[in-house]
Design a protein around this ligand. Structure first.
Ligand SMILES: [Zn+2]
Length: 432
């Protein structure tokens, strides 16, 4: 532990923040009987775009690289059709790419089950990447453009083939979608309909890569638009979270993902949206298996427990790895009443609230230097330099009764690798 810290607090919070250093954790502070698991949650096998040659190969590689949980997210459907008005059904062109609904949901689930059987050290969960909607602008005579084709959602937790086939997806051959591609931009409606269908069936839904696809492309004379879609994060509700990517790597500097996310969390605290929004790591690169990961705490190493942890926000994302540290503990404690909570939970009390953090090195023989930021309501309330293994807490004065806020932490190493942890909410009351 390094006592020489320089907390920097901003604005009005400056007077309210104090930093204390703990020599020991109060008993009962550690979460009981939970396993910390690393997860890769974006993967395409030969069922769709084939980043890995097969589910079997993915499982083998995950096992070799120490990945505990693998969410398989082959494309559910990649069908684009364009029909000429007024005989759209008969005069039409169609492009079909490899996807689960083309080869069969049952076959996909069977492959995953088989890989699970053969590789018991990895837990493979069935999931899908979905293009719920796309639409056309222009005409074949000029300027024909395909929109929203790169706006993707990742889903997990659905295992009933009939439910999966019935999801509202434009051009779904098993069930017509209420949203056809000929009526232009439908805003958030097709996505919200899709999210609700997944949610009602018990599934989890994450927005994938909201920074967009690659640049716009022209394929067979058709322009394919591929810009960012951060606005969908705000315009839709009830989804589980989104992939927290590295915008600098993707070259987009117009919208900061942290600003977008903090705004969503503040909206939730102010009652302007009904569900919180969690982050998972962006593992959407073909070579990502090795290091881009989400780390989660689950009650057991089972599909149910992993899905419950993701639903509850009990995880953090690793951005720009390799990350030489692990976040071992992150808790908020009401120092007046003693209520306590961890990632994704809400702590109720009069305050002051203490944000407690413990950081460990990945390799115990190599202490790792880091900078810890504690963020509240979109503003950095403390920045502390340290070296893992490390533990400490940031204490804030009591809040206004009735107020709701959140705390979240980021931990960055000298090379820019970052841990981005999900928030802990605080609801200030006038009772101890
Ligand atoms: Zn995608």
């Amino acid at each position: 532990m390094r006592p020489a810290a320089t907390p920097v607090a901003r604005g009005l919070l400056a007077a309210a923040v104090g930093v204390l250093w703990l020599t020991a954790w109060p008993s009962g502070a550690a979460a009981a009987e939970e396993v910390r698991l690393t997860m890769v949650s974006h993967l395409h096998s030969d069922f769709s775009s084939g980043w890995v040659p097969s589910m079997e190969a993915a499982a083998r590689r995950a096992e070799a690289e120490g990945v505990d949980v693998l969410i398989c997210t082959d494309h559910l459907l990649r069908r684009v059709e364009y029909g000429l008005w007024p005989a759209r059904r008969w005069l039409r062109q169609e492009v079909r790419l490899n996807a689960v609904l083309e080869r069969g949901v049952e076959a996909y689930l069977a492959q995953i089950a088989l890989a699970n059987q053969r590789h018991p050290r990895v837990l493979l969960l069935p999931g899908f990447e979905v293009v719920p909607f796309y639409y056309w602008s222009g005409s074949p005579l000029g300027g024909l453009t395909l929109h929203a084709w790169h706006q993707h959602l990742l889903i997990a937790g659905l295992t009933d083939p009939a439910v999966i086939r019935a999801l509202p997806v434009t051009s779904n051959p098993f069930r017509p979608s209420p949203f056809d591609p000929y009526h232009g931009d439908q805003g958030a409606r097709p996505y919200q309909a899709f999210i609700e269908a997944c949610r009602e069936a018990g599934g989890l839904v994450f927005w994938a890569h909201p920074w967009g696809g690659v640049d716009d492309q022209v394929l067979r004379g058709v322009r394919v638009a591929a810009g960012p879609y951060f606005e969908q994060l705000a315009d839709t509700d009830h989804y589980t979270g989104f992939e927290y990517g590295d915008l600098e790597v993707y070259g987009s500097k117009t919208l900061g993902r942290a600003e977008v996310w903090d705004q969503l969390l503040m909206d939730y605290c102010r009652g302007r949206r009904s569900s919180p929004v969690w982050v998972i790591a962006d593992t959407s690169m073909p070579n990502a298996l090795a290091d881009k990961r989400t780390v989660l705490w689950a009650a057991a190493r089972t599909p149910e427990a992993v899905l419950a942890a993701l639903r509850a926000g009990r995880m953090y994302a690793v951005v720009r790895p390799p990350m030489p540290m692990v976040l071992e503990t992150c808790r908020v404690r009401d120092l007046a009443g003693g209520a306590e909570g961890t990632l994704g939970e809400t702590v109720r009390g009069r305050g002051p609230m203490a944000v407690r953090v413990r950081v460990g090195p990945v390799d115990p023989r190599r202490p790792a230097a880091f900078m810890l930021s504690v963020i509240r309501d979109g503003a950095v309330m403390a920045r502390i330099g340290g070296e893992a293994p490390w533990e400490g807490q940031v204490v804030e004065d009591p809040g206004t009764p009735g107020a709701r806020t959140y705390y979240r932490v980021e931990i960055e190493d000298a090379a820019g690798a970052r841990i981005v942890a999900n928030p802990i909410f605080a609801h200030f009351t006038d009772q101890e």
